[in-house]
Design a binder for this molecule. Structure first.
Ligand code: ARG
Length: 242
């Protein structure tokens, strides 16, 4: 048994090395497609801001975009082990994550917000003390919730599960990124968003530490796409200014 595990590991490592050797013309993007308007599943497609930007970058660097949908908290490991080339999942740049992967230049700004029931007494982040808070596991919302005094954290694998729990009155609030939060509130009449933002963040593309060539290519592409207005065009297509 032990022996076969060792053999299996060796085979996996060899496969991993091949995947990193740059022979493949595919650009594999790891995401968690339950995060509209950045990424969501529509029929058999993954659509949204991130796949559209990724497609332009892939075209620009002459690679074929392949999207892998997975748990949010598996994405960084997928990039580190070479299972995926890039992480693109409305992923916030954080110092902790920078220990494990490199980030491209940011492509957009974001924020964490609080979603509650319309009749909730929660009016600001301070009111979350002692409450039961739903988050998506491994997100920055999860990390911030940990700092709230006396709070109980309920961790879900997808945001909409947290939103359902909120609608059912099982939890008091959900901490989520602003634009997905807006989508969830627009789909549930009994929910509202607190105006005050919890934190301001930036989204960027994650790349394995050793893959500096790809990182440079992505940054060069992003620069062109920003300058030509293509990034704004995609974002404005999904997010209408109020
Ligand atoms: N911006 C937050 C973070 O980086 C949440 C991202 C969740 N993304 C997703 N595709 N589910 O932690």
């Amino acid at each position: 048994m032990k022996r076969s595990v060792v053999v299996l590991m060796a085979v996996c490592m060899m496969l991993g090395l091949c995947a990193c050797s740059g022979k493949s013309n595919k650009l594999v993007m790891a995401t968690n497609a339950a995060f509209p308007p950045y990424e969501s599943v529509e029929g058999s497609q993954i659509v949204g801001i991130d796949p559209e930007i990724a497609k332009l970058i892939a075209d620009d660097i002459g690679r074929e975009l392949v999207i892998e949908d997975m748990a949010f908290d598996s994405i960084i490991a997928a990039v580190q082990t070479g299972k995926a080339d890039i992480a693109m999942a409305g992923m916030t740049v954080t110092e902790d994550r920078k220990q494990n992967i490199n980030f491209s230049d940011p492509y957009t700004e974001a924020a964490q917000v609080i979603v509650v029931k319309s009749d909730s007494d929660v009016e600001s982040p301070d009111d979350l003390e002692g409450k039961t808070i739903g988050v998506q596991i491994g997100t920055t919302g999860d990390i911030y919730a940990e700092d709230i005094e006396g709070a109980t954290i309920e961790r879900y694998s997808k945001y909409f599960e947290a939103i359902n729990a909120l609608v059912q009155g099982k939890i008091d609030a959900v901490i989520v990124d602003r634009e997905p939060g807006k989508v969830f509130v627009s789909e549930n009449a009994e929910l509202k968003m607190i105006d005050e933002e919890f934190t301001v963040e930036e989204y960027a593309i994650g790349v394995a530490k050793e893959n500096t060539e790809l990182l440079d290519q992505i940054n060069a592409s992003l620069k062109k796409l920003k300058e030509s207005g293509k990034i704004d065009e995609i974002i404005n297509k999904y997010i209408t200014a109020e």
